[in-house]
Design a protein around this ligand. Structure first.
Ligand code: SF4
Length: 319
């Protein structure tokens, strides 16, 4: 049994009557990215991306806010969340420049908490202008302290540059200075090239709120895949050292996210592979109809968030 599944099983029973604080909606706003990670599953074959029109972005945000924040839908009654965070993912969302900045401002105005998942490269040298205090959480993906490993994974741009350890430190400092109360997170995809790496020196220096480690999904090169045992070993090696580690196996990731594609449709990856089920566009049919068109797994979603909230505590007592 994987670490995450183990935790989810234990904790769900213990706190079955308590409520989720936050609902997270992941909007993969664009497929475009300056990197080409070999394990990337953010592929939609160049869809008609909704962000091309600010009016369309606003319409989508209004529909989501009216349903999830201001309405009283079934998902709210079942999960009992108190707030809704809109997470902008990609592709690399910062490639959209001012469109993303505007979308963040709009999202805040409509009552969402906001977050971004980024590879970090646009946070350097003023390439992306973030409006102050529009971001509640940032997740930066970072897979290795070694240039050679990042390059082999495809985390490299056309000019041959790969976002490195020093740049990661600078980027986190920049964000903390411009975004009041910002929470910081690093995401690491654990695979065959980094599963023996020691991340303690890097993560302990950064003073993060969370270090999320994810087992690589079976969507790219098969020689990068690792077993549940290898993944658990990586997690165990980094546990009980005061790091804010939170682990997620690829089993738990299946059907546990509420996701919107660049086209503005809900989708679910039903079997942990590229086997997506899509709704129609949310701006065309509304949230309720679109949500009913995918099989959203309430229980796994709930388990994942309970596990996320408690993992640090459980990790401490596993010494
Ligand atoms: S940085 Fe993210 S979106 Fe870009 S290629 Fe890598 S995994 Fe895919």
């Amino acid at each position: 049994m994987s670490t995450e599944t183990h935790l989810a099983t234990n904790t769900t029973n213990e706190i079955a009557s308590s409520q989720l604080n936050e609902l997270v909606i992941n909007w993969h706003i664009t497929e475009a990215c300056n990197y080409n990670c070999t394990y990337c599953f953010a592929k939609w074959e160049k869809p008609n991306e909704l962000h091309g029109s600010l009016a369309a972005i606003e319409k989508l945000l209004d529909k989501l806010a009216n349903y999830f924040i201001y309405g009283n839908p079934k998902i709210k009654r079942v999960l009992g969340y108190q707030s809704v965070r809109l997470n902008f993912a990609g592709g690399e969302p910062m490639m959209l420049g001012s469109t993303l900045s505007t979308a963040l401002v709009m999202a805040k105005q409509k009552g969402f908490k906001t977050s971004i998942i980024t590879n970090g490269s646009y946070l350097l040298k003023g390439r992306f202008k973030l409006v102050p205090d529009t971001l509640d959480l940032v997740g930066i993906s970072f897979d290795s302290q070694h240039n050679s490993v990042r390059k082999e994974l495809g985390r490299i741009d056309r000019k041959g540059h790969s976002f490195n350890v020093d740049e990661l430190h600078l980027a986190v400092q920049y964000l903390l200075h411009t975004q009041k109360g910002l929470k910081t997170k690093i995401n690491t995809v654990v695979n065959a090239l980094n599963c023996e790496e020691d991340f303690f020196p890097l993560i302990s220096r950064l003073s993060l709120d969370k270090w999320k480690v994810l087992q690589v999904m079976p969507t790219g090169r098969t020689d990068l895949l690792i077993t549940h045992e290898q993944f658990s070993s990586f997690v165990q090696r980094h546990s009980n050292k005061g790091l804010p580690i939170s682990a997620e196996s690829n089993k738990t990731m299946t059907e546990s996210y509420l996701m919107i594609d660049p086209n503005g449709r809900f989708y679910q990856n039903s079997k942990g592979v590229l086997d997506y089920r899509y709704s129609e566009r949310i701006t065309d049919v509304g949230v309720e109809t679109a949500l009913n068109q995918i099989s959203f797994n309430y229980n796994r979603f709930k388990s994942r968030y309970y596990a996320d909230n408690l993992l640090n505590i459980v990790g401490e007592v596993q010494a």
